[in-house]
Design a protein around this ligand. Structure first.
Ligand SMILES: [Zn+2]
Length: 100
């Protein structure tokens, strides 16, 4: 599954140092059924690009996502908020995912 994740970030590079992302740049923060919480970090300069929620049910990734640069590096509170967010998701959770 992580190999598929790499495709998402394949054509992106760090806005700070222009280094490309690879599998090691994507950290899995949490796994839920059909949903991954990932944290994208530049391995070259350490810049954090925040948390991305990825739906995995019937995943068929062909096009890389646009990654929104987060305003702040992740911290403990962000992880807790993400956890609460996921717990509150219902069957319409895909509406919260970025549209291609
Ligand atoms: Zn960088």
């Amino acid at each position: 599954m992580e190999k598929k994740l790499k495709i998402l970030f394949d054509n992106l590079c760090c806005s700070q140092c222009k280094a490309g992302f690879d599998e090691d740049s994507i950290e899995i923060k949490r796994r839920e059924p059909g949903l991954l919480v990932t944290h994208l970090v530049c391995r070259n300069c350490g810049k954090s690009f925040g948390v991305a929620f990825l739906g995995l049910s019937g995943l068929d990734i062909k096009e890389p996502l646009e990654v929104q640069q987060g305003p702040e590096p992740i911290n403990y509170d962000d992880v807790i908020d993400a956890h609460r967010f996921i717990k509150n998701l219902d069957e319409h959770w895909q509406n919260y995912l970025p549209k291609n």
